[in-house]
Design a binder for this molecule. Structure first.
Ligand SMILES: Cc1cc2nc3c(=O)[nH]c(=O)nc-3n(C[C@H](O)[C@H](O)[C@H](O)COP(=O)(O)OP(=O)(O)OC[C@H]3O[C@@H](n4cnc5c(N)ncnc54)[C@H](O)[C@@H]3O)c2cc1C
Length: 289
């Protein structure tokens, strides 16, 4: 069944969307409002939601969104929270989500193409207590910043970078010195999300490697923020061995992306000697590359 989205809100008007408009404050659910949005790539859009009673969250957690069509049909999907909570000029808490447009996707196409500033949406969260990272809270005596924790390896396939960039942003917010390595697999340079942000100055201690499965950037030195130079292709154990942490350092590993990517990456980490207890995974959906 297809969710039929509401008409875009005219500028300055109070929108009257058909989706998300008939929401009551159901237990566990609340109403957020889209207050800002921008294109993060050609096929991904960041949505900033004002959520008056947001309780706070940990890096890596997600929200469930619920959309309702006029005929009563309900669609529910999960979206990772992309960073620490912020506050608008009105003091209302805000959270950011980044949605990758799936070509025939019911909800992602609505959220990337139609969901307009001013529209409400039902949500609940934060959800998930396993796929989370928090900086060590206690600074060393005389030190302004927390002690570094064990190294962290983040492995992202496509939009699976969203909860992982939330961890990078939380590291920066907290002034953490925990060493991070981020390995990102994307199809083409146009599909990169957040890579420029996490590689720019100010993220010292975060090593970023971008692997391309279909087309690498031009080899002209102008378009490659990461250190990787390899022919396009799926991530291999050699990539993770070269750009991840050695298993002996006992890093915390977080892997997120499409289901086949996550399963392959987790198997590679196990084969490289990483303990299963230190590998945490989050599967975004059934698609592969
Ligand atoms: C914990 C969690 C966190 C998530 N966080 C994010 C996030 O931060 N950003 C984000 O963009 N998505 C995220 N997802 C995926 C999201 O929940 C939806 O599955 C996705 O947006 C597709 O929904 P849809 O209604 O558009 O597609 P559907 O109508 O459900 O599916 C349409 C087609 O796309 C395929 N498909 C379904 N899901 C995916 C997918 N994830 N990737 C590729 N193909 C798919 C289906 O097999 C089907 O063929 C997350 C999922 C989980 C479980």
């Amino acid at each position: 069944m297809t969710v039929s989205p509401g008409a875009p809100a005219p500028p300055g008007a109070v929108p009257a969307p058909t989706l998300g408009a008939r929401v009551g404050p159901l237990p566990g659910w609340q109403v957020g409002t889209l207050v800002d949005a921008w294109e993060e790539s050609a096929s991904a859009r960041t949505l900033v939601l004002a959520v008056p009673s947001w309780p706070g969250h940990l890096a890596g957690q997600h929200v469930d969104l619920r959309l309702r069509a006029p005929d009563g049909y309900v669609a529910e999907r999960s979206y990772s929270i992309g960073g620490p909570v912020t506050r608008g000029p009105d003091g209302v808490p805000r959270i950011a989500l980044t949605v990758q447009r799936v070509a025939d996707g019911e909800v992602s196409t609505y959220l990337t193409d139609t969901f307009a500033v001013g529209y409400p949406v039902e949500l609940r969260g934060p959800v998930g207590g396993w796929f989370v990272w928090a900086p060590d809270a206690v600074p060393a005596p005389g030190e302004p910043t927390p002690l570094p924790g064990p190294p962290v390896l983040l492995v992202a396939g496509g939009s699976g970078i969203v909860p992982l960039v939330a961890m990078v942003r939380e590291r920066r917010r907290a002034g953490s010195r925990t060493p991070f390595r981020l390995v990102v697999s994307v199809r083409t340079p146009a599909d990169r999300l957040f890579v420029e942000e996490v590689t720019r100055t100010g993220t010292d201690g975060v090593d970023v490697t971008v692997l391309y499965t279909r087309a690498a950037p031009l080899d002209d030195g102008s378009d490659e923020p990461g250190p990787a130079r390899r022919d396009p292709g799926r991530m291999t154990p050699a990539d993770l061995a070269a750009h991840g942490w050695p298993a002996e350092l006992e890093p915390a590993c977080f892997v997120c992306g499409p289901t086949p990517f996550v399963e392959a990456a987790a198997q590679m980490l196990l084969a490289l000697g990483h303990d299963a207890a230190r590998i945490r995974t989050e599967r975004f959906g059934p698609a592969g590359d």
